[in-house]
Design a protein. Structure first.
Length: 132
């Protein structure tokens, strides 16, 4: 059974994820539609922009760490977890868009929902080491 603190932590993580998803979708759309960049390449750019905001919010609000404490070490761990999640995300983005035929923005939402769990578990048990 999950502890109350774990549920609050996951809720905060998910809320940060919603904000990062919106950032991701805005930049994905912007790069794809206005700069005519292939959507898979746009997804990588959008990912990194959203990832930085997600790192800052998760470090300070979800896992209660000061931003400057171990910034480089913690961000490297966070980035590694995020890159694994990005690989999963891009895989499903491609499947949903090019094989299933779903519009790329909808596909991205589905792909982000799948990679959410990799991000949360990696952040909780490795990057931030269960700060609640």
């Amino acid at each position: 059974m999950a502890k109350k603190g774990d549920l609050i932590q996951f809720f905060r993580f998910a809320l940060v994820g919603v904000v990062a998803t919106l950032i991701n979708l805005v930049f994905l759309y912007f790069f794809t539609e206005f700069f005519n960049i292939y959507y898979m390449i746009s997804a990588i750019f959008a990912f990194f922009i959203a990832d930085i905001s997600k790192y800052v919010l998760n470090k300070t609000w979800t896992f209660y760490e000061r931003l400057r404490d171990g910034f480089f070490r913690t961000y490297c761990k966070f980035l590694l977890v995020s890159l694994i999640a990005l690989g999963i995300n891009l895989f499903f983005l491609y499947i949903f868009t090019d094989i299933v035929g779903i519009y790329y923005l909808y596909s991205q939402v589905l792909a982000i929902a799948i990679s959410l769990w990799i991000n949360f578990l990696g952040s909780k048990f490795w990057t931030f080491k269960n700060k609640i």
